[in-house]
Design a protein around this ligand. Structure first.
Ligand code: ASP
Length: 476
């Protein structure tokens, strides 16, 4: 068989129902059982092949896989943050040897796991697909075979460089999915974001939704901060309960509010307790209890939360919000204000910011600004000066310091803005272009200028988690 037609996938088997054995005391995990089952099933192993390898797909591609079985195998209700850090580290350790990764995990905490992994795996450029099942592979009637085959087919054949959750023929972005059914095979959904792919007769991928692969090297930024909490508001909630949840050592709380982010505004004691906590530096994030929709500030009862320092979680799921908050609070070098800003910024496709720049607007604005320049300019210098901002941003995007030097020597203003109101320093921060940023700063670039969306270059560095650039921009 032509080697080019074999994809190499590592399966990290952490536990969950999928590999459990039926015993007289109910389902229980059993060492080696999953591997033995897969080896005996023709869909998962072609006996003519030396290692675990699937038969060729319709497109002639086989998937050769290895299974790393965790010890102990865990029911996912017993998992803690460290278990997900270990999964992230195992992916990083084996990153270069495999084309893709599948994580077999229990369904109960799977949405937390996929959210946590999506944040911890910084600069991911390969697929990580998490799956499990409601009935084990060893049951005659089960959903495990379909979920495993779907996850393998996608992992082995498509370059979707994200942490995904595959269940019942749908591939979700991991930090958008939620467990919505305790017993149906259709157990997951993502209310605010369409599935990335559906597996039917054909595999149909929504490429326009798939994130681009990161260019920098993968690294794991572990979640170590455990002092976070989630609190679901309910009518008549005792203020003492809120007070207790917000006590030290808690550093961050996801407040699950009603509807579009509303909480009672006729109980000053509740607002007082929240205000006291935010004043002490506790980060409180407003997320809706609803399955669909987002936090908006068009009701007075929602606005009063913002007034006491609670930040908007936009359309984050409570699972993604909790893991993102724990993740950001784990970075020792972020200030509380920075954590709050990044909480409201999209870093892994986990939330939809209210104002998204529209591509066609962007292109139209660019073309019309060039047309204006050409129509009104009498000489080449004018055209040059007017195009410098755009050209400088393009040079920075390639970290082409030589081109930058030429333009600055030619009279270009380092703080000039392009058609999105971005300075070259914004672009340097977005692209992690360290040399360009250094050059621009020493030539008078201002890291506090805001673009059309009100973001500074420091905000962009925060969003991109370019920590070396961040300290450069902060001047330390
Ligand atoms: N309790 C199990 C778990 O989350 C349920 C499952 O796997 O579906 O590990």
């Amino acid at each position: 068989m032509d080697n080019d037609l074999i994809s190499h996938v590592l399966i990290l088997y952490t536990g969950g129902t999928i590999g459990m054995r039926i015993t007289d005391r109910g389902y229980a995990p059993a060492k080696g059982f999953l591997q033995q089952q897969l080896r005996s099933m023709p869909q998962f192993h072609d006996p003519s092949q030396p290692d675990l390898t699937t038969p060729p797909s319709r497109l002639g591609r086989r998937i050769r896989y290895q299974i790393k079985e965790y010890d102990p195998l865990l029911d996912s209700v017993n998992m803690e943050f460290e278990d997900w850090v270990q999964i992230a580290n195992d992916i990083a350790e084996n990153y270069d040897q495999f084309d893709a990764f599948i994580v077999l995990h229990g369904t109960d905490t799977m949405a937390y796991a996929t959210s946590a992994l999506s944040f911890m795996l910084v600069n991911l450029a390969k697929p990580v697909i998490v799956t499990g099942s409601q009935l084990p592979l060893g049951e005659v009637r089960n959903d495990a075979v379909e979920n495993m085959l779907g996850a393998l087919a996608i992992a082995g054949s498509y370059s979707i460089p994200e942490v995904c959750l595959f269940f019942r023929s749908k591939l979700f972005r991991g930090n958008r999915a939620r467990k919505v059914d305790a017993s149906a095979f259709d157990a997951f959904d993502s209310g605010n974001f369409a599935p990335l792919a559906r597996v039917g007769v054909d595999v149909s991928i929504q490429w326009s939704l798939v994130r681009l692969a990161a260019k920098n090297d993968l690294r794991v930024a572990p979640i170590i901060e455990k002092n976070v909490a989630a609190l679901r508001l309910f009518p008549g909630i005792p203020v003492a309960l809120l007070e207790n949840v917000l006590k030290e050592p808690i550093r961050g709380v996801i407040l699950e509010t009603f509807g579009a982010g509303n909480a009672p505004d006729n109980r000053p004691e509740i607002l007082r307790v929240l205000q006291e906590a935010t004043d002490r530096g506790v980060v409180i994030v407003n997320c809706t209890q609803c399955m669909r929709g987002r936090v908006k500030s068009h009701y007075a009862s929602g606005q009063s939360l913002a007034d006491v320092g609670v930040v908007s979680g936009h359309d984050l799921t409570p699972e993604a919000a909790l893991m993102k908050l724990a993740y950001l609070l784990s970075y020792a070098d972020l200030s509380i204000e920075e954590v709050k800003r990044v909480m409201q910024t999209n870093i892994r496709g986990e939330l939809t910011e209210e104002e998204q720049p529209h591509t066609s607007f962007r292109e139209r604005a660019f073309v019309s600004s060039v047309a204006q320049i050409l129509a009104s300019s009498r000489n080449i210098e004018d055209v040059e000066a007017a195009l410098y901002p755009v050209l400088m941003c393009a040079a920075v995007a390639n970290d082409d310091v030589e081109a930058l030097i030429r333009m600055v020597e030619g009279g270009a203003d380092v703080n000039a803005v392009d058609y999105e109101g971005r300075t070259p320093l914004h672009v340097a921060a977005m692209k992690n272009a360290f040399l360009s940023a250094k050059f621009l700063l020493t030539h008078g670039a201002d890291p506090l200028l805001t673009d059309r969306l009100g973001r500074t270059a420091i905000d962009e560095a925060l969003r991109m988690e370019s920590h070396s650039l961040l300290s450069l921009l902060r001047g330390r």
